[in-house]
Design a protein around this ligand. Structure first.
Ligand code: PLP
Length: 378
C-alpha cells in the first residue's frame, strides 16, 4: 500500500499509539478531581500544554484543547461574532479557504455577519490590495489559511498581517495553521495572529483532538458550556490521552523537522521531474514541498485516482471533504484554474514516511495507466 494523501490525514506514529493507549488504560483519572493521582495527572496536562506552547511559540494559557481544527475555527469565528458582532460585523476570508472556515462564515451570514470572500490571484495568493480594500472600521475578523490544503500555496502572513493591523486596528486575525503545522517553522508570537487552529491527526497524532490558540485578552465566547474545565473556555472532562498523543506527535515532528524536510524536498524534486515527463501540469509553483496539485488536462482526476487505487496507491483529487461530491474543487475554481485542468487534477500529498521506491512505483504505475487512458480516448 502506498499512501500519498497526507493532507487528508496521517498515520499516527507508533509512539503516539502507545502513549494514547497507555494513558487510556493507566491515567484514567479525571484531572479535575481532588485526590492525589488526579492532581498529578492535571500537572502532566499542564506540562503537555507547556510543551505544545513552547513548540508553537506561545503561552500554555493561550491554548484550548478542542476536538479538531473544525471546532477550533468554529469557536474562533462564532465566538468572536457572538461577543462583538453587534459593533463589528465584517468577516473577511478567502474563497479558497477550507470548508471549516467557509461554512462557518455562511452560517454567520444567516445571523447578520457581513462576509467578504476574497478571490485569490491565479497563483493562489491573496492580493494585498484586495485585502486592504475589504477592510473597514466594522471589520471584526480576517481569517487566513496559511498553507492551502489542496494547492500547498503559502499565504504571505508577514505582509498581510501588518496590513490588517494598519488598516483595521480593531480587527482580530485568525490563522488556519492546520497544514502548516510541522511543515513550516513558525512562532505564533512572531506571526502576530490573535487566534489559530490546529489539528493533531495531520501531524501523525490521534484523531479527535486539536487546539485553538487564543492570544491573551482575545475573548471569543465559548461554544461549549458546562463544568468550566479549561478555565471555562471549553467545558467537558479533559481528554488526557488525546492531548498526550498530540504532544508526543508534535515533539517528534519538531525533533525530526530538518531530516523530514530534506526527504520531502527530494521526493518533490523527483516528482516534479518525472511527472512533467508524463505531460502533467503543476497547477501552482510556489508551494510547500509536501503538497502537489498536478493536472492531466483532458483526463478525469477521479478516473486516474480509481485506477491507482486498484494498485493500492491512495491519493485524492481535492480535499477529503469534497471527494465524492462530483463537483470541481472550489479551491481550483477560486484560483481560476481552467475547468479542463481542474477536472484532471490529482492532489499528491507527501510525507517523510514515503520512500523513494514508493514514488518510483507511483511514476511507473501512473505512466502505464495514463497510456491506457489515452489509448481508450483516441
Ligand atoms: N483546515 C484545513 C486547512 C484542513 O486541511 C482541515 C482538514 O482537512 C481542517 C481545517 C479541518 O481539520 P479537522 O479534521 O481537524 O477538523
Amino acid at each position: 500500500m502506498i499512501y500519498l494523501d497526507h493532507c487528508a490525514t496521517t498515520r499516527p506514529y507508533s509512539e503516539v499509539v502507545t502513549a494514547v493507549s497507555t494513558a487510556t488504560a493507566a491515567d484514567f483519572w479525571n484531572p479535575s478531581s481532588m485526590y492525589r493521582p488526579a492532581k498529578a495527572l492535571d500537572r502532566r496536562r499542564q506540562a503537555a500544554l507547556q510543551s505544545l506552547a513552547s513548540l508553537l511559540g506561545c503561552q500554555a494559557e493561550e491554548l484550548i484543547q478542542t476536538s479538531c481544527a473544525t471546532e477550533s475555527t468554529n469557536m474562533a469565528l462564532k465566538g468572536l461574532f457572538a461577543r462583538y458582532g453587534k459593533r463589528l460585523d465584517r468577516i473577511i476570508c478567502c474563497a479558497s479557504d477550507h470548508d471549516a472556515t467557509l461554512a462557518t462564515c455562511d452560517y454567520l451570514a444567516t445571523h447578520g455577519a457581513d462576509i467578504i470572500r476574497l478571490k485569490p490571484r491565479a497563483d493562489g495568493r491573496i492580493d494585498p490590495a484586495d485585502l486592504v480594500d475589504a477592510l473597514n472600521d466594522r471589520t471584526l475578523l480576517v481569517s487566513i489559511l496559511h498553507v492551502n490544503n489542496e494547492t500547498g500555496v503559502v499565504q504571505d502572513l508577514e505582509t498581510l498581517v501588518p496590513l490588517i493591523r494598519e488598516h483595521a486596528p480593531k480587527a482580530f486575525i485568525h490563522g488556519d495553521l492546520v497544514q502548516s503545522w510541522s511543515r513550516i517553522r513558525f512562532s505564533l508570537r512572531r506571526l502576530d495572529l490573535d487566534l489559530a487552529s490546529f489539528s493533531a491527526h495531520k501531524i501523525h497524532g490521534p484523531k479527535g483532538v486539536g487546539l485553538l490558540y487564543r492570544k491573551a485578552k482575545v475573548l471569543p465566547d465559548p461554544l461549549i458550556h458546562g463544568g468550566g474545565q479549561q478555565k471555562g473556555w471549553r467545558s467537558g472532562t479533559d481528554n488526557w490521552p488525546l492531548l498526550h498523543g498530540m504532544q508526543i506527535a508534535a515533539e517528534i515532528q519538531a525533533e525530526s523537522f530538518v531530516q523530514r524536510k530534506a526527504k520531502v524536498n527530494a521526493h518533490r524534486a523527483y516528482l516534479s521531474k518525472e511527472l512533467t515527463k508524463l505531460a502533467a501540469v503543476f497547477n501552482f509553483s510556489d508551494t510547500v514541498a509536501e503538497i502537489c496539485s498536478v493536472s492531466f488536462p483532458g483526463l478525469r482526476g477521479e478516473t486516474i485516482l480509481h485506477m491507482l487505487e486498484e494498485e493500492e496507491i491512495y491519493l485524492s483529487t481535492a480535499s477529503a471533504c469534497q471527494t465524492g461530491s462530483g463537483k470541481v474543487s472550489h479551491v481550483l475554481q477560486a484560483c481560476g484554474v481552467p475547468l479542463d485542468r481542474a477536472q484532471g487534477t490529482l492532489r499528491i500529498s507527501l510525507d517523510a514516511l514515503n520512500t523513494e521506491a514508493e514514488l518510483e512505483y507511483l511514476v511507473q504505475t501512473l505512466k502505464a495507466k495514463l497510456e491506457q487512458l489515452r489509448q481508450w480516448q483516441s
